[in-house]
Ligand binder design. Structure first.
Ligand code: DX5
Ligand code: ZN
Length: 225
């Protein structure tokens, strides 16, 4: 399994001080920046676009930027995010008319493609995309807002997704997004996730470094030794 990645979702950051918030969370030991894009159409909320991604790069952010597109349609905005400095671009398959084309488009723009499955979206979507994506993101809340409760059925779904990824033989990251906290991240890791998005749990804490390192301990499983 690839080394664990902690990806704070900037949705819960202080947007008036976004550059400083991202610097602080990366200095605190986070690996990636999780960048939630919402369009008030695919999801009932509106957030940030390529301009903000580019602004973070101009600010000097070197870490991978993990763009989570909650937009419909998808393809129009993909090249803009690639130009703005996205590293990963993940999308929801229901939001794209031609899923394989979108995956190819993301890769041809120089980014790494990911597929995102909502809590009620079946793993069957993986049947014909595991050969071409680099990341599978399972939502453990309904997309649209930070600070929601973790949906428990994601645990069994993670275990099954892990089995499928291992069986496919390619290196595909398995990411979890929504309601990830210090008290459930250990169980989530044991279920098979290797990439952990956490918004309110990190940005809502006083000491980012303490929270990130406590999460790493829980992921490794030695927090209670
Ligand atoms: C929800 C977003 C998440 C969200 C996670 O639609 O995709 O990334 O910010 O927030 P928390 O960790 O607070 O549930
Ligand atoms: Zn997200």
């Amino acid at each position: 399994m690839p080394a664990p990645v902690i990806a704070p979702s900037i949705l819960s950051a202080d947007f008036a001080r976004l550059g400083a918030e991202v610097d602080a969370v990366l200095a605190a030991g986070a690996d990636w920046v999780h960048f939630d894009v919402m369009d008030n159409h695919y999801v009932p909320n509106l957030t940030i676009g390529p301009l903000v991604c580019q602004a973070l790069r101009k600010h000097g952010v070197k870490a991978p930027i993990d763009v989570h597109l909650m937009v419909e349609p998808v393809d129009r905005i993909v090249p803009d995010f690639a130009e703005a400095g996205a590293t990963w671009i993940s999308f929801h398959p229901e939001a794209s008319r031609h899923v394989d084309r979108t995956i190819q488009l993301i890769r041809s723009c120089g980014c790494r493609p990911g597929i995102v499955l909502n809590p009620a979206t079946p793993l069957a979507w993986l049947d014909h995309v595991l050969e071409s994506v680099d990341l599978v993101l399972l939502m453990s809340v309904n997309p649209g807002f930070g600070g929601q409760q973790f949906i428990e059925s994601a645990i069994g779904k993670l275990a099954e997704a892990r089995r499928r990824i291992d069986a496919c033989g390619r290196e595909v990251r398995l990411e979890i997004d929504g309601g990830v906290k210090l008290d459930n991240i250990g169980r989530i890791a044991r279920a098979g996730a290797d990439t952990f998005v956490a918004g309110s749990a990190i940005f809502g804490s006083k000491d980012y470094a303490a929270t990130v390192s406590a999460m790493r301990k829980e992921i490794k499983g030695d927090a209670h030794l």
